[in-house]
Every structure is written in C-alpha cells, then in structure tokens.
Design a protein around this ligand. Structure first.
Ligand SMILES: NC(=O)c1ccc[n+]([C@@H]2O[C@H](COP(=O)([O-])OP(=O)(O)OC[C@H]3O[C@@H](n4cnc5c(N)ncnc54)[C@H](O)[C@@H]3O)[C@@H](O)[C@H]2O)c1
Length: 403
C-alpha cells in the first residue's frame, strides 16, 4: 500500500500547551498516528509549552517533542507550528484558542470547550472567522472516536434502532470518595468552571447528542457537593494524583450532577456524572432504546458493543456482543487483526487522524467549536435548573447543527 505519510508528505507542525495527563495522551496520539494511518500530511511534534523551564524540557524529551517553550504565546508565534493543541485546564482555553486562531493556526482544544457560555461564544466566533481564512478548530471529545461508539452512531444513523425512545448515560468515577483528596484545580470553579458536570457531564452530553444525531432542548437537574472542604495544596498539582497539606479550603464545584433531558425528537434522556461512585473507575455506560432495537456500551469494556434487534423472533432475540475489531469497523483498518483489542489511548490517534484529514481536505472537523458551545449551553442549563431545584430549563439553541 502506498504510504502517503512518507517524509515527502507535507509537514504539519504541531505545538502543544500543557503536558500532564492530556498532554501525555495527545503526545501518544501525535507520535503514533502517522505510523498507523495513511495520512496526507505528516504531523511533526514541533514544540510544547509549559510554565516551568526544567519541567517542560523534561516533558519534551519524555514525550518526543523537538523543543520547548515557557510561554504559550511564544509557541503560537513559531513558524514551524501550524496547529496548536490545547491540553490545559478550562480557565486558559479561550485565551489560548482565540490567540492561536487569530495568529493563523489550526486549533485542537480539550473539553469542555470553556468555563462559561460567554467564553465558548467568543471561541466559536473566533473559529468561524478563522474558517473564512482557512484555519480549522476542533474540540477534543475523544469518546466519539472509540470505534464501538463511532460504529454505534453509524447503526443509529442507518435506522437500525428506528425512532429513539430512551438515551440513558452515566459516567461514574471514584477518585473523590476520600475526603482528604486535595483541593486541585478540578475542585475550584475559577479554574475548572464546574466539577463532575464539566469534567464528565460534558463528555456524556456530547456523546448522547452525537449518537442520537440530535440536540437536547431542555433539562431538569440536581447537583450536590458532598465534601465541601478539602486540604489545600502546598505546591504544584497534577489534577488527579496530588497530595494535600493540613489547611482546608472550600470546594467550589459539584461532586455529582444528575439530570434528565428531552431530545429534539421527543426522546427522553437521563444522565448521571459523579466522581463519588466508589468502585467505579472510568465507567461511562450507555444504553439507547429505539422502536426496532437497543444498543449498550461500557467504556471499561470499550471493544464491545451490545446490540439487540427487536424485529428478530422473540424466542432467539436478545442482546448480542459485537467485538468491534473487524477491519470494516471504524478506524480498525490501521490496527491489528480481529480480536486484537484497542484501548483508551487509541482514541487520541483517531482524533489526530480525523483532524489531519480535515486540514488536508479543508473540510470542517467534528466536533466543531459550535458543537462545543452547544454542549456548554446544555451545561449552563443544567446548572440553572439545579439552582431552581430541578425546574425544567430550555437549552438555548445554537444555529449550527450537531453532526
Ligand atoms: N478527553 C478526555 O478524556 C480528558 C481527560 C482528562 C482531562 N481532559 C481535559 O483536558 C484538559 C487538561 O486536563 P488534564 O487532566 O490534562 O490536567 P492536568 O492537571 O493533568 O494538566 C494540565 C497541564 O496544563 C498546564 N497548565 C495549566 N495552566 C497553564 C497555563 N496557563 N499555561 C501553560 N500551561 C498550563 C499544567 O502545568 C499541566 O501541564 C482539561 O480541559 C480537561 O477537562 C480531557
């Protein structure tokens, strides 16, 4: 097979901001993608940016980046960077993304798009203006790129479930069960925007809408912060793994959010996002029921999709387990023989592939910043509803369709 991703393919210089959890995951995606897929552009890991000179240099060496910068503005200004990949907490997304787009760079930004609707609106407007100059922007909702979920979307779009009745999604983690887990940025509203809602809820809102192919028009929510004070951090933190000091400070975000919603077609949706579900590590689970059948999925078994065809004879019908590793399944053509399973990190290579393909062909990558703004509006409606003790709250419409 001809490898378009040869040294002769034009280079696409990538510059990344932030190099901890998502920085490591995205680095792996950028390092791998050109060796797995036949790409029209050759991603080059040009530079990463962080604030600590020693640490950012060490991260560049560890993750395979050619150079390091201590200011993201210097990264954006580099001629060898055409794409800026933002892997920082939400409080810096808007500033970095808008500056990068205005400097003529393509942008990949981690989720949630921003910490507020106003920031997300400014980002979507900047992306629209950049689009007319040929720069593209995408949000890192990577779970769309789990092959089983991409395939589920395809089955639903083909009508295999018929009209949808129920979309049921939960995202359960347990790293906040310990009341002495420290007050990292994820527990502070000024840095994270919200808690389980923006962290996990953003993923499942995007996923539900992506799978259903339609948006939520209204929600009814309850939220809670179970542990209201936690040990302050003495020094710099890694979001999920730090240890705290003896002074305690206020937690200013939610520990859990539960909400119901109504999709545009009238289907009913239920959501639960929590970091307090002891024993559940990264349990993103969903089940979708339609007039002709159902689909079910669990991220902790991400190569599998359960499918029930309700039109089969009742005596033999039932959920069947599809191992989503066949060459004709999404993204699988570049990987291993059937049954040689993939994992979490592969979604970042898939995300990189789709963005590179979009840049090369000049087509809009999905999910767009407009899609990210729409998710932000759902999150805002959830918070508003919870403040009013679960009053049904309409989601403000965004003109762009979720695709
Ligand atoms: N797609 C996913 O599955 C997924 C998973 C986890 C986190 N995220 C998202 O990724 C983003 C980062 O989360 P994380 O888990 O990697 O956090 P993290 O705490 O592990 O890493 C954050 C990084 O950003 C750096 N940073 C913070 N502020 C900065 C600034 N102003 N300039 C330069 N660098 C700065 C930190 O030094 C660190 O390197 C968040 O938006 C989060 O919601 C997405």
């Amino acid at each position: 097979m001809e490898q378009r991703d040869s040294p002769t393919a034009p280079a696409l210089g990538v510059g990344m901001v932030g190099y901890a959890f998502m920085g490591a995951a995205h680095s792996q995606g950028w390092r791998t993608v050109g060796h797995v897929f036949d790409l029209p552009l050759r991603p080059v890991l040009a530079a990463i940016a962080g604030r600590d000179a020693h640490a950012v240099r060490a991260a560049a060496d560890k993750h395979g980046w050619a150079s390091a910068e201590t200011d993201w503005r210097a990264l954006i200004a580099r001629d060898d960077v055409q794409l800026v990949d933002i892997c920082t907490p939400g409080d810096s997304h808007a500033e970095i993304a808008i500056a990068a787009l205005e400097a003529g760079k393509h942008v990949l930004c981690e989720k949630p798009l921003a910490n507020s609707v106003a920031e997300a609106e400014a980002m979507a407007a900047a992306a629209e203006a950049a689009r007319s100059r040929g720069q593209l922007a995408m949000v890192g909702f990577n779970y769309r790129r789990v092959p089983a979920l991409t395939y589920a979307r395809r089955l639903i779009a083909e009508g295999r479930l018929g009209t949808l009745r129920h979309v049921r999604v939960s995202y359960l983690q347990d790293w906040l069960v310990d009341p002495d887990f420290p007050l990292t940025w994820r527990l502070q509203r000024e840095h994270a925007g919200s808690g389980a809602l923006g962290d996990l809820g953003a993923h499942i809102v995007d996923l539900a809408q992506y799978l259903a192919g339609e948006v939520l028009v209204g929600v009814s929510a309850q939220m809670e912060t179970f542990v209201r004070e936690r040990p302050r951090l003495d020094g710099a933190s890694l979001g999920l793994t730090a240890s705290g000091g003896t002074q305690r400070g206020p937690v200013t975000v939610d520990d859990a959010a539960v909400f119901t919603g109504r999709l545009a077609s009238g289907a009913l949706a239920t959501f639960e996002a929590t970091r307090m579900a002891s024993g559940r590590k990264n349990a993103l689970r969903l089940e979708i029921n339609g007039e002709f059948g159902s689909l079910a999925f669990d991220l902790e078994r991400l190569n599998e999709l359960s499918f029930h065809d309700h039109r089969e004879p009742a005596a033999t019908a039932g959920f069947r387990r599809i191992v989503v590793t066949e060459a004709e399944h999404p993204y699988l053509e570049g990987w291993w023989p059937p049954g040689h399973v993939l994992g979490y990190e592969h979604t970042f290579a898939h995300q990189a592939r789709d963005l590179v393909e979009a840049i090369a062909s000049g087509t809009d990558p999905m999910p767009s910043f407009a899609d990210g703004l729409q998710v932000q509006r759902v999150l805002a409606a959830v918070e508003e509803s919870a403040q009013k003790n679960a009053v049904y709250t309409p989601v403000q419409a965004v003109e762009a369709e979720v695709r």
